[in-house]
Design a protein around this ligand. Structure first.
Ligand SMILES: Nc1nc2c(CCNCC3CCCC3)c3[nH]c(NCCc4ccccc4)nc3cc2c(=O)[nH]1
Ligand SMILES: [Zn+2]
Length: 371
């Protein structure tokens, strides 16, 4: 019995949207689901209790960052990530590919793997399918990601073809290197750039390797939303319906609703937590920067009707004051609201799918969402 199983509950008859459950060794979570990002073994400014209170059931952490600091050995000594950070629900770790490739010219890619300089102390480091697989086993996440190259945008067909073929060979090496199938699942990551022929080949070859789930990588890398949706529309149906699909790096309401409409079950993004630290609050009508002078005398909540801890206890005027005074509580209150907003957004989409009214939900969203 694999450690990760997806249970399909309902598919929307008009779109590709679906609702389901993902069963993991650390509990089951509902899909579609947004996964808050905890890069360095913490979702910045939030405690595990607050994350649970807002309904978060799965969080992300990262091989790249934890490999460099504090090192997988220390986390292993703690008994794994769950014990280290006191989180007893599901954890998904990214394989570090994306972060290394975002280092730009501080890295060198070969068939063997990637050598790069640590962004912390400039030391020479090496990541490969084997190293990334071992580190994720030491971290003890419930879901690990295969080690891949996220192809930049734009990229020509020849580069995308060669890179995707290497990512497929790397995926096979990850499968070969795994030793913890019983307690850790691994997702294959579909690449192929913006080329449908390469997406098809990547998906088919990864599906043949029988991963516990599949990510669609190489998107949300600066391409227009229409192009992302076109690639999603083409690629998702190539993946098995009895396994979860995870779109990496997507975390704004407009992209989430279109990803759900095309059959995506899981999403992650640093966006809600990152922009919160800059005063940006996410709302059903778009986003607002609370530091703006227009909110100085605004005694209402960040968002009318929001049931989150922040909106039930604090005014826009107070939160604006906290930002102006550079008070740490400001970061916590907007982070809480942004994560709650996205989790609530996913809950409402899931409910709409289960009640056969997702197309109406999607239309109403677009009617009220201003860019
Ligand atoms: N392995 C892998 N990871 C990818 C990621 C990282 C996903 N979050 C990982 C977490 C683990 C820890 C850190 C993040 C991506 N993130 C994005 N877009 C984010 C765009 C964005 C960036 C900043 C703000 C807003 C949007 N595209 C991605 C593609 C890939 C990919 O192909 N392969
Ligand atoms: Zn709120």
């Amino acid at each position: 019995m694999p450690s990760i199983t997806y249970e399909l509950q309902k598919t929307c008859p008009h779109t590709g949207a679906r609702a389901g459950l993902l069963h993991t060794p650390h509990g089951t979570f509902q899909t579609p689901m947004f996964m808050p990002v905890g890069t360095q073994a913490t979702v910045k400014t939030m405690t595990p209790e607050e994350l649970k209170a807002m309904g978060s059931q799965v969080i992300l952490s990262n091989t790249y960052h934890l490999f460099l600091r504090p090192g997988p050995e220390l986390v292993e000594e703690a008994g794994g990530l769950h014990k280290f950070m006191n989180w007893d629900q599901a954890i998904l770790t990214d394989s570090g590919g994306f972060q290394v490739f975002s280092l730009g010219d501080m890295r060198k890619i070969t068939e063997e793997g990637v050598t790069f300089r640590s962004h912390i102390d400039g030391s020479k480091q090496f990541l490969s399918p084997e190293v990334a697989t071992k580190v994720q086993e030491q971290l003890g996440s419930d879901i690990a990601m295969a080690f891949d190259e996220c192809i930049p945008y734009p990229a020509d067909h020849d580069y995308a073809k060669r890179s995707t073929a290497r990512t497929t060979r790397w995926a096979h090496r990850c499968q070969e290197a795994r030793k913890a199938h019983d307690r850790q699942g691994m997702f294959g990551i579909v690449q192929g750039g913006m080329y449908k022929d390469l997406r098809k080949q990547s998906a088919e070859e990864l599906v043949a390797m029988d991963f516990e789930g599949y990510s669609i990588g190489g998107l949300s890398v600066g391409e227009p939303h229409d192009l992302m949706n076109e690639i999603l529309e083409y690629t998702t149906p190539l993946l098995p319906t009895n396994k979860a699909r995870y779109l990496m790096g997507v975390g704004t309401a407009d992209c989430l609703v279109e990803g759900v409409a095309r059959g995506i079950d899981m999403f992650d993004c640093v966006y809600p937590t990152r922009v919160a630290r800059n005063g940006m609050a996410m709302t059903w009508k778009g986003r607002l920067n609370i530091r703006n002078a227009q909110f100085a005398h605004d005694w209402g909540p960040l968002e009318e009707g929001c049931q989150c801890y922040t909106c039930k206890n604090y005014s826009r005027a107070y939160i604006r004051h906290l930002y102006k005074a550079e008070e740490i509580l400001a970061l916590r209150l907007v982070t809480y609201h942004n994560l709650y907003f996205l989790l609530e957004f996913m809950r409402q989409m899931r409910q709409a799918i289960l009640e056969d009214r997702f197309p109406r939900f999607r239309m109403q969203f677009w009617d009220s969402f201003k860019k």
